[in-house]
Ligand binder design. Structure first.
Ligand code: NAD
Length: 266
């Protein structure tokens, strides 16, 4: 029987994390590296990706960074190639990069719709395809973990474009899990609730424009709507990603794990 530390051990595994420069993605990179994985941090913001890589490497863990726009097919192929070149394989893909600009439905432009769908839904399609092709060629299986959202399960307003993208991520997860299972590639998703990240601060400013509420009022209301009475921390999402990436979850595929402090219960 494997020991608890064996079950968490990701030594010898190479992970690619999109949007790993800040927020939830950064927390994921740190946990995967701590568990022994070599981590490629792919972010459109290369300075943030470099800073995260430095932080990780200071702790005697292994990471590299690359600039990638997660909505572009060519960047998906390049990031997978960069991971294999740096670490010899790609075993874990975390499709984390995403944006969530608020906009009332009747005022949402086609440009905004395309931008949100292009990154949040087409991005996981493109990166999963590039990674799955490499994983199948290597013949060692793999894990793909997609960042969905409670907004992909239940809408809250001003986010029809985002709700649609994350609902799509949930169905993409299930479809890929079915199709890639014969290759022992496991595909799962997380659906976080409100998590305090740099991105939610920016969105708080947008929220103020649209709803007239300050971030504090908005965050307080969000917190009050959660049975646990607070928003989540990025690491509370990263720990569940670590679980799915580890041997603890080797018989789970096509699932969506909700990490929301009970938000969907109300
Ligand atoms: P964040 O805005 O704090 O960080 C996002 C990261 O993605 C940044 O490093 C940014 O540079 C990068 N990024 C943005 N556009 C990119 C692109 N085109 N290509 C590559 N990288 C890009 O975001 P976050 O709050 O940490 O959210 C991360 C993921 O979790 C997103 O998919 C988001 O939808 C999802 N999520 C967040 C929350 C929350 O409350 N924060 C809740 C549910 C789901």
């Amino acid at each position: 029987m494997l020991t608890i530390s064996d079950l968490f051990d990701l030594s010898g595994k190479a992970a690619l994390v999109t949007g790993g420069g800040i927020g939830i993605g950064q927390a994921i990179c740190r946990r995967l590296a701590e568990a022994g994985a070599s981590v490629m941090i792919a972010d459109i913001n290369i300075d943030a990706a470099n800073e995260t890589a430095e932080l990780i490497n200071q702790n005697e863990c292994i990471s590299r960074s690359c600039k990638a726009d997660a909505s572009l097919a060519a960047h998906a192929i390049q990031a997978v190639d960069d991971t294999i070149e740096a670490f010899g394989s790609i075993d874990i893909l975390i499709n984390n990069a995403g944006i969530y600009p608020a906009s009332p439905f009747t005022e949402t432009s086609k440009e905004l719709w395309d931008k949100v769908i292009g990154l949040n839904l087409s991005g996981p399609f493109l990166f999963s395809q590039a990674a799955a092709q490499a994983m199948i060629k290597a013949g060692k299986g793999g894990k793909i973990i997609n960042m969905a959202s409670v907004d992909g399960i239940r809408p809250t307003g001003y986010m029809a474009h985002y709700n649609s993208s994350k609902g799509g991520v949930i169905m993409l997860t299930k479809a890929l899990a079915l199709e890639l299972a014969p290759h022992n590639i496991l595909v799962n998703a997380l659906a976080p609730g409100g998590i305090l990240t740099p991105g939610t601060v920016v969105t708080g400013e947008e929220m103020t424009k649209i709803t007239g509420k300050t971030l504090e009022v908005f965050a307080g209301e969000m917190g009050n709507r959660m049975p646990l009475g607070r928003m989540g921390e990025p690491d509370e999402v990263a720990r569940v990603v670590l679980f799915l990436a580890s041997k603890l979850a080797d018989y789970i595929t096509g699932e969506v794990i909700v990490v929301d402090g009970g938000y969907l219960l109300k």
